[in-house]
Design a protein around this ligand. Structure first.
Ligand code: PLP
Length: 391
């Protein structure tokens, strides 16, 4: 069976060119970038070249890029690092209800330690209102953290407007751009972002790689203590192979972005239209908002998303529910309930996220599989009444 992978928001394969760039850094080029001899300096040079590529992907100065182990660490370093480095009297921070758990759970941990948090709601299309951000500001607000693109819906948040509001209010602004990088152009200066998180494994670099943009002048406390690596912001001997891979992935992502975004939007839009036509009682979530090109969130009423995901996987189609599994119970996605879906609808939703290797032919094959599987599961549901053709 030729399997189809429509789950690129979960992770992407390492690009062959990325792997090729990394390989020497596991063996013959093994120097420690802090060593002053030629082995070390070779690694230092490669790391600085990679820093330049990552900086270009987000429009920053290379010196403002800190390499991390991924999106989760970047989010934690931005949020905890900033709060810990700041004066105690600024104790209010703002985020949205649809952030990834890497941000939400960091906010919750801070809340438990006495920091006051505002979680802003989003509208039905999965976008936060910048005016709501402005209204939630207080004299003691320290930080706003709003993701650039949502991982379940693909909806793009009004980062530029929020950046302006943050700047006017003299409040720091962090954005989790893990699902936006490589999918939309990013320019941290135009967006007035102070901190921006990236993850390698969402852009065809390996897992365990990532970066945080920290605008010069923003003080963050490191999460762990050690040497002076990464300008005192992230101690520990650099993962030269991973960083080289991330740099090459960033370079490729930037070069491919315009063509790839248009190609994926066409695949995604065709897929969505066909699903809506061929499968009754479906809706596309966030369809009224500006979205990244590769993401489709579709609610299939009267089915249970996990069962559908498994049934599709058995037929060779990999996608995702986006629901978190906690203590054995399937919790409906916090993102889908935040846009107003009932828990049953949220549980009946799947995310299809397209990527570089996907083809139009795969979309056709997926469309040949999907309607029958949904229909079969619905026939098992006591709630589902098959639409009767009116003659
Ligand atoms: N932020 C968002 C929006 C994500 O989608 C993810 C991963 O799914 C993360 C953060 C965490 O990134 P990582 O898996 O690199 O820790």
């Amino acid at each position: 069976m030729q399997r189809i992978y429509f789950d690129h928001n979960a992770t992407t394969p390492v690009d062959r060119e990325v792997l090729a760039a990394m390989l020497p850094w596991f063996s013959e080029k093994f120097g420690n970038a802090s060593s002053i001899h030629s082995f070390g300096q070779e690694a230092r040079g490669a790391i600085e070249q990679a820093r330049g590529h990552v900086a270009r992907l987000v429009g920053s100065r290379p010196a403002d890029i800190v390499f991390t182990s991924g999106g989760t660490e970047s989010d934690n370093l931005a949020i905890l690092g900033l709060v810990r480095a700041s004066r105690a009297e600024r104790k209010h921070i703002i985020t949205t209800a649809i952030e990834h758990s890497a941000v939400l759970n960091t906010f919750q941990a801070l809340e438990a330690s006495g920091v006051e948090v505002t979680y802003l709601p989003v509208g039905r299309e999965g976008v936060v209102d910048p005016e709501a951000v402005r209204q939630s500001l207080r004299p003691d607000t320290l930080l706003i953290s709003v993701m650039m693109a949502n991982n379940e819906l693909g909806t793009i948040q009004p980062i530029e407007e929020i950046g302006r509001i943050a700047e006017q209010a003299d409040v720091w602004f962090h954005t989790d751009a893990v699902q936006a990088a490589g999918k939309v152009p990013i320019d941290v200066s135009a967006l007035r972002v102070d901190l921006l998180s990236l993850s390698g494994h969402k852009i065809y670099a390996p897992k365990g790689t990532g970066a945080l943009f920290v605008r010069s002048g923003v003080r963050i406390e490191p999460l762990v203590h050690g040497g002076h690596h990464e300008r005192d912001r992230r101690p520990g001997t650099e993962n030269a192979a991973g960083i080289v891979g991330l740099g090459r992935a960033a370079e490729l992502a930037l070069a491919k972005l315009p063509v790839e975004a248009a190609r994926l939007a066409a695949l995604r839009d065709r897929f969505e239209r066909a699903v809506l036509e061929r499968v009754p009682a479906t809706r596309v979530n966030g369809a009224g908002a500006v979205r990244v090109a590769n993401t489709a969130s579709i609610t299939f009423s009267y089915v249970e998303g996990e069962s559908l995901e498994i049934a599709l996987d058995l037929k060779g189609l990999a996608c995702s529910t986006g629901a978190a599994c906690s203590s054995g119970a399937i919790e409906p996605s916090h993102v889908l309930t935040a846009i107003g879906l009932e828990p049953a609808e949220a549980r009946g939703s799947l995310r299809f996220s397209f990527g570089r290797a996907n083809t139009s032919e795969e979309v056709d094959r997926a469309l040949a599989i999907l309607p029958g599987v949904v229909e079969h599961l619905r026939e098992l549901s006591p709630l589902y009444k098959k639409p009767v053709a009116i003659l």
